[in-house]
Design a protein. Sequence first.
Length: 335
Amino acid sequence: MGKYIITIDTGTTNTRCILWNEKREKIAEEKSKVGVRDTAVAGNNGKLKAAVKGCLEKLLADRKISYDEVKRVIASGMITSNVGLVEIPHVVVPARKEDLARATKPVLLKDVCPLPIWFIPGVKNSGGEITFENFESMDIMRGEEVESVAILEHYPRGRKYLLILPGSHTKFVSVDEEGHITGCLTTITGELLSSITNDTIIADAVGKKYVEKDTYEKDTVLLGYDTACKCGIGRSCFSGRILHLFVTDDTNKVANFIFGVALQNDIIAIKKSSALRTSRDTTVIVGGKEPFSTAFADILEHDGYFEKVEHFIGEEGMPLSALGAYAIAELSGIL
């Protein structure tokens, strides 16, 4: 029996393969700038298959390891969708990590890997009919469920949580006292921020630049948030141009203002959407990269709706998706 484990995580634009030893230690990783977007554009998954195959083979060849020494290959993320390698049905909330483990399925794809790949499914908010009356409560995720599992291993049961996982598509995941995922919510705020920054009249005011960790200004972000609460996102974005023309020529300051404006949209969604199960006593755990994680924490503390907001600091160089996938594989008994 092999002693190595490989985890695969495929998103919209990238694929990452990680090699683990029998002590659950990361040995190496390989990446490819190919994701499910390539399948959607091409109309077939040939490019994705080649990218996964190439990553796996390079991961092993560079370490002089053969497939005979690999015990399991485990995949999660958009690779399990209809534009991935194999479509695996979502698990319906309320969903525990045990439910994900039971629903994990092996599929042999000989043109990708000589071993069966074990695919971890995503999660969706409903298994029933979606109509014009209930569509807003519906949401789906593939990949963030394993990230959620990895985060929750650091927190005790008996409390309600809201996990925030920022990105081009930010995911919000609600969890009950027993550790069940009770709902997820997706926004495209990252994409909106990209459009505002690069493709609108505001581009000049922000210098076509995003806020970085070392250029983050809390007070200006909160000013943008408060302005959007009062006037809405459209008017507040144009106010960024007003600031640039009449108040400051500091494009970074205006970028911080627009950052706060854009994130205000997400705070409304958290509090108003029927896709999540939260209340004031829900503990918010903010993960993700800077400066998004700090901005969400600062805004939520400023807003004051939730009583407790915490930062999650993961292990450097260790993706949550890989840690969560490994934990689910252990639970499923395949390791």
